[in-house]
Design a protein around this ligand. Sequence first.
Ligand SMILES: *Cc1c(COP(=O)(O)O)cnc(C)c1O
Length: 375
Amino acid sequence: MEFRDLKKQYQVLKADMDKAVIEVMTECNFINGRQVKELEEKLAAYVGMKHCITCGNGTDALSMMLMAWGIGPGDAVFVPDFTFFASGEVVSFEGATPVFVDVDPDTYNMDPESLEQAILVVEAEGKLKPKVVIPVDLFGLPADYDRINEIAHRHGMKVLEDGAQGFGGLYKGRKACSLGDAATTSFFPAKPLGCYGDGGAIFTNSDKEAEYLRSIAVHGKGSFKYDNVRIGWNSRLDTIQAAILLVKFKAFQEYELEAVNKVASWYTEALGDVVKTPVVPEGYYSSWAQYTIQLDDENQRTEFQRRLKEQGIPTMVYYPKPMHEQTAFKGLKQYVPCPITERLCKTVVSLPLDGYKTYKSCETVGIIKSSILMV
Ligand SMILES: *Cc1c(COP(=O)(O)O)cnc(C)c1O
C-alpha cells in the first residue's frame, strides 16, 4: 500500500497528462508559457483572490510575501510551534524573529489564546516589533481566521496564511488561501494539489503587492526583464508544471477533494471509538493533506507503526519535533510555553490517505483498528 498513491493518480490521468506535457515540449514555451497564466487565473478565481502569482515552491512564496511587506531585523513574526520547518525558516531567512505559539489539541492549528499571550509578552518586553502572524492550515484544515485576524489586526499586524497543506479547504464558506491578508500554497507532489516537482503560489488582493512580487520573482525586473529596479531572485513555476497542474486541478475539483473526504470519513467511522481522530469543527472543510490520529505516548506510537509496517501499511510522523526544539532555532527566546505541541510531537501518527483509495483498500482500516487495540 502507498502512503499517498501518486502512481495510481497518474494512471487515471495519464491520457490528459501525457498530452499536456508533450504540448509544452512541442511548443518549447518552457518559461512563462500560456499555461502559467491560465493556471494563475483559474487558481485566483477558485480561491477568490484578485491575484495569483506562481513561483518556484511554497517556501519562496512565504519569503517573497514577507519581503513584499518589508519584514526584516527587529520584527516579530508569530508562527505555530507545530508545523513544517519552512513556516518559521522563512522568518529567520528574512532576518526577522520567529515567535512560536502553541496549537489547539483538537484541530492541530494555531491556538488564538496562545497567540494573544505571545503578542502581549513581546509587546511588554519591547525589543521586537510584532508585525505578522503566519497561521498554518495544518493537514488540510483551515486555522481559526476570524479569531486570528481579529487579534492580529487589533495589534496592528498582518496575517499571512500558510496554505501549503490547506488548498481546497473551506472556512465558514470561504476558500483556504483567501483567509488572511495574503496567502501562499505549495505544489510539492504530496500536497493536496501537487505537481511533478517543486512549485508554489502567492495570493493577494493588492495590485501593488502583486506587481512587486512579479518583479522580485524575476531578478527585480522593472518595465522589462533587463531593466532591474531592485534586488530580487529567480523563482518561477515551470510551464511544464503549470500544464501538469491544470490537469490535476480539474481532477481535484471534479472528484479528488470529495474522494479524499470520503476516505477520511471511513477512517473516522471505523476508528473514532478507539483512538483520537481528527476534528473538523462545524463550518470547516478539510482538504486532508494528512489524516492524523493521536496515541497515548511515544512507545505506543512506535509499536503501532511497527505492527502496521509488518503488514505493509506505511505511516508517517508529522511532526516529531516542536519548532522551538529545532537545532536551527537554538538561541531563540521562547515567549510562551507550548505543552500541546510537545505532547503532539510524541503522540501523532498519520495514516495512508488519498482520493484514489477505495473502500476495499480501506479494509486496512480493520488492521489499523486492531493494531491500535493491541498496543
Ligand atoms: C510544504 C510546506 C511548505 C513549503 O513548501 P515547499 O513547496 O516544499 O517549499 C511550507 N509550509 C508548510 C506548512 C508546508 O507543509
